[in-house]
Design a protein around this ligand. Structure first.
Ligand SMILES: [Zn+2]
Ligand SMILES: [Zn+2]
Ligand SMILES: [Zn+2]
Length: 763
């Protein structure tokens, strides 16, 4: 038995337990002991024929789709057992080892290989198992299962990189230093350029890595910057070496005949331990050849300096956003209900005015004061005595103004406050932002949504929420309300933005985001999406983005200023909802818009797949799947009556609906209504959608066919043919759901819909 895991009994037992029962694996670990090596100092060769499975692995999409994923629990051999690690990972022994003790650590949920959201797990592994070396291979940097997220770990051998670490670390150029001396730096003394994070705190580690991640170049055909990571502990210090990559495999891998050398570098190879599965390669590779492979697959010095420059700039910009939240998860206050009398139950002990209470309670409005327990006050706070304490409010109305409006008992976590406003008492729930998001995303999104779609939504919801909270903090400063309409004699152009609350950050209705506390169970997928994106928001130019979204863009995303105020936003711009996002016609031109709307061009949101649609349509009743292109028909009488009722203007008989101006998605932002008595222009998109429907027309991207002219040239029927659903600005929910199904990662989805915005972590 090896001594490396001696202080780690659990892991040791698991490892040797597996060897006892799994003969193939035991044989390969045994063979590894006599494997031939050549030591050249900075690099070492290992002749390991069992590794052919990985080195020769094809990892193209087709091959991956055909094979059963060997990291998914249901496809593993019966003899292979696992050791749970946290809620999200499992530890397995690696049946094709390179290291004397070698583990594969897959995520429990099948999801693409991606370091974002999982970097923290590497730190946690080292925290629990200090004797291990933990490493990561990017999807095209040595991972043989890029479709299933996994880390690796092992021990029993010192990598060449680790052997020369003392010398290398002395040459490190420190780029950023956080509290406690935790630092990120660049190292130029190894075969290829390296970055390293040396730290004690896991929070600092993740923060520094995120900055580096953002600063690294990413190729268009990649899902993340190419890299390997090797990490280990030196006492209290955690050392993370990030090896940025330029190439997946060296040219010699693809050469023919004699010239071919089968080396497919992963984290260990890039750390100097080069694996050659074929004897001829092991024989012929010289020290120079081996080093050259590492140099070829790593980045060059010029790229290294670019990354350093970018990092320095980022740290300056980041400070401005970060300072708002003091790097700590804040509490959000949510207005739940208001009434003159509120009944509620404390399900666990709560503290109020210095005493502990539990059970049924009631507050009553008397003379403008809150009456509780025989005492009057103008505000009252119930503080949970334990972290998971909850309370239930009776008679909470849900679905206000919807056909399913009803009252129910709802249960919440966290603080309960009562505040008087006019002739009402407001019940306000205060809780950590991440817990709030778990609840709102569970009610908004279907549990069948892909993890990446849920992650994208988590980032958007969080951005929206933190921007609201930040705005309310500044309310005292100066809150000038800008006009939201322009009116002349024959034109009314108005737009609608959500009105802010003053007593609390957000309300629990659809006006903000529907929030039902813990009344319904949170789906484990949503929990995982929140955890993986914890604290992440979209930022641009040092501010949190106004991350708008709608159901379907109709093929091209709309720009902000065509729907709201005339202040364009650099991340809410018109782009095609396709992988080829810059190719689309100018839909401001009537002829182009007409052709576009009457056809249904390929796009992410052009789908009738009910599985996809049900992910983003709450209470989806499957009656129609026509959201990408749709048609609404009216008779002269119906349309005339509708417009009169909605606009309060008597147009007489309706002669025509004319697009005066369209946005870049084809949405009409100024519509001229021509009647026998009057002509008047309305806008912007929401005003138009409200005027032409009992509730809302799907979108204002439409063309109109007038049919059956009478003797006076008055049309008897109108066909409104339209595209998309909602304002079309920012993320297109149906399109994003399709992207998630197609295997795009959440940061790619966000990058597509919010070009120019970055994912930043606020706490
Ligand atoms: Zn899998
Ligand atoms: Zn609200
Ligand atoms: Zn779309």
């Amino acid at each position: 038995m090896r001594e490396e895991l001696q202080s780690d009994k659990n892991l040791q037992q698991f490892f040797y337990g597996q060897l006892e029962v799994w003969e193939d694996a035991r044989q390969r670990f045994h063979d590894l002991a006599d494997v031939t090596v050549k030591d050249f100092g900075m690099v070492r060769l290992q002749f390991n024929s069992a590794r052919m499975v990985s080195t020769g692995a094809k990892i193209d999409k087709k091959t991956l789709q055909k094979r059963a994923c060997f990291l998914c629990a249901q496809n593993r051999p019966a003899v292979q057992t696992s050791l749970p690690f946290g809620d999200d990972f499992e530890i397995l022994i690696n049946p094709f080892p390179i290291l004397p003790i070698h583990f594969t650590i897959p995520a429990r949920i099948h999801q693409p290989q991606s370091i974002q959201g999982h970097y923290g797990a590497m730190h946690r592994l080292l925290m629990e198992h200090p004797g291990l070396t933990v490493f990561y291979n990017g999807p095209k940097c040595g991972a043989s299962a890029p479709d299933h997220m996994h880390l690796q770990a092992g021990t029993g051998c010192v990598l060449p990189l680790q052997a020369s670490w003392k010398k290398l670390s002395e040459q490190m150029e420190v780029i950023c230093e956080l509290s406690g001396g935790d630092r990120l730096g660049a190292i130029d003394g190894f075969c290829c350029p390296l970055f390293a994070i040396v730290c004690k705190s896991s929070e600092n580690n993740e923060k520094l890595f995120e900055q580096l991640y953002k600063a690294m170049p990413m190729r268009e055909d990649e899902t993340e910057p190419m890299m390997n990571i090797v990490s280990w502990r030196d006492g209290e210090e955690y050392i993370f070496v990030i090896i940025p990559r330029k190439k997946h495999r060296p040219d010699c891998y693809f050469a023919e005949g004699e010239a071919q050398t089968l080396v497919s570098p992963g984290a260990l190879d890039m750390s100097g331990l080069i694996i050659t599965p074929r004897p001829e390669d092991f024989q012929k590779l010289s020290a120079e050849d081996a080093e050259a492979i590492i140099v070829e697959c790593g980045i060059g010095r010029d790229t290294m300096s670019q990354i350093i420059e970018r990092l320095k700039r980022q740290f300056i910009e980041e400070q401005t956003v970060l300072s708002i939240f003091h790097q700590k998860q804040p509490n959000v206050s949510v207005g739940i209900v208001s009434a003159q009398k509120l009944a509620f139950t404390l399900n666990s002990p709560y503290e109020v005015e210095g005493q502990i209470v539990i059970g049924k309670q009631e507050v009553l409005l008397v003379d403008g004061m809150i009456l509780w327990n025989g005492k009057k006050c103008d505000r009252l706070s119930f503080l949970p005595h334990t972290a998971d304490a909850s309370f239930s409010l009776e008679d909470v109305t849900i679905g206000i103004n919807f056909h399913w409006e009803r009252k129910e008992v709802q249960t919440f976590l966290g603080i309960l406050r009562f505040v008087v406003d006019g002739d009402h008492i407001h019940a306000i729930n205060e809780l950590p932002v991440e817990r709030y998001l778990e609840s709102v995303i569970s009610s908004e999104m279907s549990a069948t949504s892909s993890l990446e779609l849920l992650k994208a939504h988590a980032v958007i919801s969080r951005s929206w929420l933190l921007a609201q909270m930040e705005k309310r903090k500044r309310i005292g400063e100066e809150n000038k309300k800008r006009p939201s309409y322009m009116k002349t004699d024959d034109e009314l152009i108005r737009w609608y933005d959500r009105e802010d609350h003053t007593l609390f950050d957000v309300c629990a209705d659809d006006h903000c985001q529907r929030y039902q506390g813990i009344t319904k169970e949170t789906s484990p997928h949503v929990k995982e999406a929140i955890r993986q994106t914890s604290g992440q928001v979209l930022t641009s130019r040092g501010e949190i983005c106004d991350a708008r979204f709608s159901k379907s863009c109709g093929g091209v995303m709309e720009e902000f200023q065509y729907c709201w105020e005339d202040t364009p936003k650099n991340y809410l711009v018109a782009l095609a909802d396709t992988p080829n996002e810059h190719v689309f016609p100018d839909l401001r031109i009537e002829k182009e818009a007409d052709k576009w709307i009457r056809t249904a061009p390929e796009s992410f949101c052009n789908t009738h797949d009910t599985h996809v649609l049900s992910q983003v349509l709450n209470d989806y009743d499957q009656e129609t799947t026509d959201f990408y292109r749709w048609q609404v028909d009216y008779t002269q009488q119906e349309l005339g009556a509708l417009i009169l009722k909605k606009t309060q203007i008597d147009f007489g008989q309706i002669l025509d609906l004319q697009a005066v101006e369209r946005g870049k998605s084809g949405r009409i932002c100024k519509l001229r209504i021509v009647g026998t008595k009057r002509t008047f222009t309305i806008g912007k998109e929401l005003e138009i959608r409200r005027a032409l429907s009992e509730s809302h027309l799907y979108s204002s991207a439409f063309v109109v066919d007038r049919v059956g002219m009478d003797a006076n040239g008055v049309p008897q029927r109108f066909h409104i043919i339209g595209a998309g659903w909602g304002h079309g600005v920012g993320l297109c929910q149906i399109g994003a759901a399709v992207m998630g199904e197609q295997g795009y990662l959440y940061n790619q989805i966000l990058q597509h819909y919010y070009p120019g915005a970055a994912v930043s972590r606020l706490y």
